[in-house]
Every structure is written in C-alpha cells, then in structure tokens.
Design a protein around this ligand. Sequence first.
Ligand code: GLP
Length: 241
Amino acid sequence: MQIVIRPSAEAVGEAAATLVAAAILKKENAVLGLATGSTMLPTYSSLQTLCQQGSISFSKVRTFNLDEYVGLAPDHINSYARFMRENLFDYINIDKSGTRLPNGLAGDVAKECHDYDALIAAAGGIDLQLLGIGHNGHIGFNEPGDAFEEGTHEVRLTESTLEANSRFFDNPDDQPRTAMTMGVGSIFRARSILLLATGKGKAEAVRDMVHGTISPKCQASILRLHPCTTIILDTDAAALL
Ligand code: GLP
C-alpha cells in the first residue's frame, strides 16, 4: 500500500486524476471502477478538464460503478447513476452505453447483482478501481460485519452510513435503506486500486485502515493485502497516521 499525502482536497483530486489519466494513456480501452461521494468531486472535475483539453480521451473507456441504491430510478436526483452523469459522464467524451451501474429498479435484485458480476468479468475485469471510504471504514457499501463479501450483493445500510449520507436527501423518507454494492472480492480483483480520503471526519477510518487489525470490522483494512493499492489523503485525513 503506497500512501501519498497532499495539502488539500483539490490537490488530492489532481493527483488522483493524473493516475486515472495515466491508466487511460497506457490502455485506451481501460475498464475503470468508479465511485460516488463528495470526495470524488475534485477528481472528476480534474478529469473533465484533462478531457476537454484533449490530454485524454474516454472514447474507448468502459466503467463500472461500485454501488447504487435499491429502489431509485437512474434519473432520480439522489441516484448514483445521476451523480455520475452530472459530475462526469455529461462532460467527457465517453460512450454512455459503456458506463454501467447496478440498476436500482431491478425487479430481481439478486439476479441483477449476479448479472453485474458477469458483465465485469466479460469486460475482462477492472483495471483501476477508484474508492472513497466511509466514516466506519466501508468501501462501496460494504459495511462493517463478520465477513468480507465476495461478489455484488444487496446490503442493509448501517445507521451511521444513513446518517452520513442523509445530507443529500431533502426528505429523509426518500433515503433508501438498502443498496447494491460490489463485494470486497470484486473490488480486490481490480488490477490496481486508488482510494481517496479527505477531511478530518475520515481520519479515524484512515488510521484503522492503515494501522488497525485486518478485519471485516473495517472493510477497507483488507486493501493492505492488495499488491497494487495507492491511498491519496489530504493532511486532515492523514492526521492520525
Ligand atoms: C457512500 C458511497 C461510498 C463512498 C462514501 C463516502 O457511502 N457508497 O462509495 O466512499 O459514501 O462518501 P463521501 O466521499 O461523500 O464522504
């Protein structure tokens, strides 16, 4: 695990975008695993700039997002599908038919999860997986528990995650209690992983990921066993290292 510390959230975004750009320059049809959350916004903004300047092209890139809320349509204001369009896909030259997220409206959620894993495998697996981290150490929506889940699956969100993400929902009753997420196994199979964390609120989760016991109680801790993981932190998120 390589740890990089930058002075601000913007500088974290620039550094992360540089690594994503390098992956695309190396392989024009790279398969990217993407994440949502406010931590990703500076990275997505830098990627838009790099694309608009002509430094990189997303025309052959394919993407798989980590997760989606169960019950939200892709056009719902709080869906991750909409987040991705409004913060990245609408501003880069990507073929949207190659951008995938679990379908929040799937009638058969278990089948949707199974099919999602099959799509990732058929694309040849993920070259570079972007990750944020939850306050409780979750990655994707893999919440603290007794096991590391293998494939994409449905999860019941913990109270702390519901609370952390409630800021995005005007009406608390609109906030789904369950989501579909890639499993830690799916994440771990990515050839390289890039986790970003910014702000004081993430300092404890970052400390537990880097120095705590490798355990499903802190799902991100397993990344220490991945051969090609880079963590980029701002000084606030790195404060307890
Ligand atoms: C959600 C997402 C995670 C993300 C986390 C942190 O729970 N499922 O993938 O890492 O939020 O979000 P933020 O960057 O807004 O703190």
